[in-house]
Design a protein around this ligand. Structure first.
Ligand code: HEM
Length: 392
């Protein structure tokens, strides 16, 4: 069966109707477990889309048949190198995960929590002092995630605005802007790596340039592949999650008051919002011909596992379209599944929980400004371009 889910096209990030891309694709579970979308990738090739959670898990576990070996970021620059570890398969993938996992342990994230809280408070206090309305993406979600990330990388906050610009061009710019932003990010990572080789510091990039795998140092390309991925993977995903959560709370004042009065509930609520507003579409490439759920997938075909489908699958979640902030046993796959499970999940969860708690503690009942609607977009990562909130 062929369907056009161009909402998923990357870079075709057309604004979605009603500011709710998840609702726009909710009908998928009325259809077959797998369908072909002719326009779902940057290079114009079509993609097999897997709609059921159970089938997605089969694909994501079977790395021999469904490979991650692509060069999506690099191909935008006409180059071929993998972002690491995302575009590697086992066993090499596991070697890099073993190297990088300890940097993102829950212990490391707990140590970073005071910085995360301080960044959130600084931004929100300023908004609360000066205004009764703001674009929460521009004024809070993006600068907050960029700022936490700069701290994590050990870089000066002075670069914050430059990063926000790159990320927003990469996400929302036209083809020229996206390519220019990608070049700037690569140039920045290469230069930073070079600086840390000459003058080591106590930070992420120094760790990477000094690291060894299998008794050798990392190549320049590997260092770049790691640096670029962490920069890109850790910014828009967290900002988008905060944006969708804020949009939900703005539209549901009762839930907003509940979380404001009982901040201990925020952690569980964030899991439900991650489920209901999952943002990432995972792509694999078939490494051999295979018949999957009755359809012939050819070697080289793209296969998509969209978390926004798996996490609203009625055979996995009771009343998946209902948002229940106290939902228990919430085994969502917002952070992926299998060997590529998100390395930054602890950090992301902390940022979202702290960001929401601090916002609710400082900003009174807020709603979406009359006459505006959030501009959301599809793409490989669903997101929100702007969300104008107002309060009195
Ligand atoms: C709400 C925020 C986030 C979401 C929803 C998210 C989601 C995901 C998903 C679904 C994957 C699997 C991709 C695949 O299998 O193709 C993934 C992988 C990854 N994420 Fe995240 N992520 C988030 C935040 C972060 C942060 C903050 C970082 C950086 C610190 C990060 C770094 C990575 C990396 C490096 C990978 C690749 C892991 C591997 O290939 O082994 N992510 N993420």
């Amino acid at each position: 069966m062929v369907r056009d889910f161009s909402l998923f096209s990357s870079p075709g990030m057309a604004p979605t109707p009603n500011g709710d891309p998840h609702a726009a694709v909710a009908c998928v579970h009325e259809g077959p477990p797998i369908f072909y979308s002719p326009s779902n990738t940057r290079d114009g090739r079509g993609t097999w889309v897997i709609t059921r959670a159970r089938d997605q898990r089969r694909v994501l576990q079977d790395t021999r048949t469904f490979s991650s070996h692509r060069s999506i970021f690099a191909s935008a620059l006409g180059e071929h190198w993998p972002v690491i570890p995302l575009e590697l398969d086992p066993p090499t993938h596991g070697v890099f995960r073993a190297l990088l996992d300890p940097l993102f342990s829950s212990k490391r994230v707990i140590a970073l929590e005071p910085t995360i809280r301080e960044r959130a408070r600084a931004l929100i206090d300023r908004i609360a002092r000066e205004r009764t309305s703001c674009d929460v993406m521009r004024d809070f979600a993006l600068p907050f995630t960029v700022s936490v990330f700069l701290s994590f990388l050990g870089l000066s906050q002075r670069r914050s605005e430059v990063f926000v610009g790159w990320v927003s061009d990469l996400l929302h710019g036209n083809a020229d802007k996206r390519t220019a932003a990608a070049r700037s990010i690569v140039g920045f990572i290469d230069e930073l790596a070079d600086r840390r080789r000459r003058t080591p510091a106590f930070d992420f990039m120094t760790f990477v340039v000094q690291a060894e795998i299998d008794g050798r140092s990392l190549t320049e390309e590997e260092v770049r592949g790691i640096g670029v991925l962490f920069l890109v993977a850790g910014l828009d995903t967290v900002a988008a999650a905060i944006g969708f959560d804020m949009a939900y709370l703005a539209r549901n004042p009762k839930d907003q008051e509940l979380l404001r009065n009982e901040p201990d509930r925020v952690m569980l609520a964030v899991e439900e919002l991650l489920r209901a507003y999952s943002t990432v579409q995972m792509i694999r490439v078939a490494a051999r011909d295979i018949v999957f759920e009755g359809v012939p997938i050819r070697k080289g075909d793209y296969v998509s596992c969209a978390t926004m489908f798996a996490n609203r699958d009625p055979s996995e979640f009771e009343c998946p379209e209902t948002i229940d902030l106290a939902r228990r046993g919430n085994h969502h796959t917002a952070f992926g599944y299998g060997p590529h499970l998100c390395i930054g999940a602890h950090l992301a969860r902390r940022e979202i929980v702290v960001g929401l708690r601090e916002w609710l503690a400082r900003i009174p009942t807020f709603r979406i400004k009359e006459g505006t609607a959030p501009i959301t977009h599809g793409g490989h990562v669903f997101g929100i371009r702007d969300l104008i909130l107002t309060w009195t």
